[in-house]
Write a protein that binds this ligand. Structure first.
Ligand code: GCU
Length: 630
């Protein structure tokens, strides 16, 4: 018997609601690939004071039946409607105009003591004016990062949602902007979840909020949405790819490097894609820590133009050596968390980057590990300017849900966004897939997927991860590095805490290392906790003396490790961690910094500085001897 048509109605209604909900919850206006080079685009900053409402019960998102208000359009309620009370009889129990304010960019934890430990939802609202008469053809909202999940609304309507606390995302708002005042509202939630990336437990503070720049970008109708400019692996050619976006795709693309009198034009294909190859001019100055030369590169089409400052260098491995511009290099590094100790909150701007990388330079570094998640674009651009090579990673940290497809998709998306954002940065030489993840088949296959993605996205850089070290039972003095994931990486890296979590510093003197593959080795962490100003003998935990002694012994041990090509001790400066409660010593800070949260250098700072000075002299001597050799 045929089902009468009317019986379909409830099903169709449910389907419509589902579709609307689906489009509402994923990024209807979200972009898979972010527009590149945002700071060179015409834009209006939306940084500054935002009104906020702390909403632990998500009362502004769900009705009392826990149904999301934004599941239907137009919504009948929800804080994202940003309604103002006009009539005294009106019942409204929120009002952004009278709500407290927080600064964006910035985490909420360090701006309001009541929110120091807060994990939950906070609503942010910013109004801004838009002058349609003056505007270019298209507009996009750009968020540098929002930790962890963001639901974004413009003028009461949902733009989409983003998951991941350390990578940029964008929404096109050309058809959603109003001439005059606009209301931008976000519900930001930083709750930790087992299947998230990172997962539930980390050793850093779970800062919540709109933690990086917010921009309203403007572009022509058809514009250069992405480009990549790099030396090929031989260094003989400059390889360029460009991507147009818009309706006029088959335009002529021109790439110029004025300082090198280089210019080349080609026709983009029907998809707006173009590839160019230029022979490397003999007078091109390679980018290196000693001379971080950046060239202005202009990419233009008939309707658009964008310029960037780009350095040219090659990076490769040769047996146990890492070669920068064809020369072996020892990576004198330090690990850095994205935190400004003086503010006791997330770092986000150029000044923060100059502070942290300035300390690394003072230490004698030519390399830094940006742990354990993508840092801001400012950090990477300042490293380009200052001449500090970088290791970047995504927060695949400790015990992630290896068999969860959504977790994998999340990690892949964060990786892709990071690589696309920073692939024009000469300073970035290593993409790291993970940190201290327990060996299992599922884990190694998860990480292998990330390696495959990275090789496809960017075949020009090196891949690594902070891998596992073990000892045979009863043979704790002999360390073995043969993590199966090492088969897929270019560099073998591992964290080791001999003398701190593993014995006392005297053990460092007798430890031996067995490191399988013939690949370069980086010790991606070592260190000890020390409260700045605390003194004692070299066996007094948390004293500067203990830390300094451990450093002295460890730098000597490094020289005994086969294939050692670099290290990034843990860590540049003390940082906040909820895992460090020891009163009077840690007080919520991981004290392994070489600099205290008060900015004062600890003794170990000078031990490492001295070691790096000697490494530098040795490298310069070897270089001048090889240059002098017939
Ligand atoms: C680990 C981890 C760091 C942590 C450090 C420590 O190796 O990678 O995130 O902070 O050890 O224990 O201090």
């Amino acid at each position: 018997m045929k089902t009468p048509f009317l019986s379909y109605i409830p099903f169709l209604k449910a389907l419509t609601l589902l579709l609307v909900a689906f489009f509402a919850s994923t990024s209807a206006f979200g972009r898979d690939d972010n527009i590149a080079n945002v700071y060179a685009r015409g834009s209006q900053t939306l940084n500054g004071k935002w009104r906020v409402i702390v909403d632990p019960y998500e009362n502004g998102f769900y009705n009392h039946r826990l149904q999301p208000y934004d599941a239907t359009e137009p919504a009948y309620a929800g804080y994202f409607l940003d309604r103002t009370v006009t009539d005294r009889t009106a019942l409204q129990e929120y009002d952004f105009d009278t709500a407290q304010m927080l600064t964006v960019p910035g985490d909420w934890n360090s701006q309001d003591d009541k929110l120091f430990y807060y994990e939950g939802s906070v609503w942010y609202r910013r109004t801004f004016d838009f002058d349609a008469t003056e505007a270019q053809s298209r507009q996009f909202l750009h968020f540098g990062a929002v930790n962890y999940e963001a639901h974004v609304y413009l003028n009461g309507r949902k733009l989409g949602k983003h998951v991941g606390g350390f990578t940029p995302f964008q929404f096109e708002v050309t058809d959603r902007l109003q001439d005059g005042q606009n209301s931008l509202v976000l519900m930001v939630n930083n709750e930790r979840h087992k299947d998230a990336v990172p997962t539930l437990n980390t050793d850093w503070w779970n800062y919540g909020g709109i933690t990086r720049d917010v921009l309203l970008l403007e572009t022509p109708e058809t514009f250069v949405s992405d480009f990549n400019v790099t030396l090929d692996s031989t260094g003989e050619f400059i390889e360029i790819t460009t991507q147009l976006e818009g309706s006029q795709l088959s335009q002529e693309i021109t790439v110029e490097i004025p300082e090198l009198s280089l210019s080349k034009s080609v026709e983009a294909n029907a998809e707006g894609y173009a590839e160019l190859r230029l022979p490397t001019p003999p007078d091109l100055q390679r980018w290196s820590p000693q001379s971080p030369k950046l060239y202005e590169v202009v990419v233009s089409s008939e309707s658009d133009r964008t310029e960037d400052r780009i350095g040219f260098r090659t990076i490769e491995v040769d047996g146990r050596n890492i070669l920068l511009n064809g020369e072996p290099i020892f990576l004198r590094g330090i690990s850095i968390h994205e935190e400004n100790p003086f503010r006791g909150g997330r770092a986000f701007g150029v000044e923060d980057a100059q502070l942290l990388l300035g300390w690394a330079k003072e230490l004698g570094c030519n390399f830094a590990r940006l742990a354990h998640y993508p840092h801001s674009e400012h950090m990477v651009r300042v490293a380009d300017e200052m001449g500090i090579l970088l290791w970047e990673e995504i927060p695949v940290y400790w015990t992630i849900s290896w068999e969860n497809e959504e977790t994998l998709a999340n990690a892949r998306s964060q990786l892709k966004t990071l690589v696309n954002r920073d692939r024009n940065r000469a300073s970035v030489i290593i993409w790291s897939m993970a940190n201290e993840t327990p060996i299992s088949e599922a884990r190694t296959m998860f990480l292998k997927r990330l390696v495959d993605d990275t090789r496809e996205l960017d075949p020009t850089r090196l891949i690594s991860a902070a891998m596992e070290v073990h000892s045979e039972p009863g043979k704790g003095d002999h360390k073995i590095v043969n993590d199966p994931f090492g088969a897929y990486t270019d560099i073998l890296s591992f964290n080791q805490y001999v003398g701190w979590y593993d014995g006392l510093p005297e053990k460092i003197d007798r430890v031996t290392w067995e490191i399988g593959d013939e690949k370069p080795v980086i010790i991606s962490e070592f260190g000890a906790g020390a409260l700045q100003g605390k003194r004692g003998d070299a066996l007094t935990r948390f004293s500067e003396d203990f830390q300094a002694d451990l450093y002295s012994r460890t730098v000597e041990m490094l020289e005994r490790i086969p294939g050692i090509s670099g290290t990034t001790p843990w860590v540049l400066v003390d940082f906040r961690s909820p895992r460090r409660p020891l009163a009077g010593v840690q007080d919520g800070w991981n004290r392994k910094g070489l600099i205290g949260d008060n900015g004062v250098r600890k003794q170990a700072f000078y031990v490492l500085q001295d070691y790096y000075e000697k490494k530098k002299e040795k490298a310069n001597k070897a270089k001048s001897e090889s240059e002098d050799a017939p």
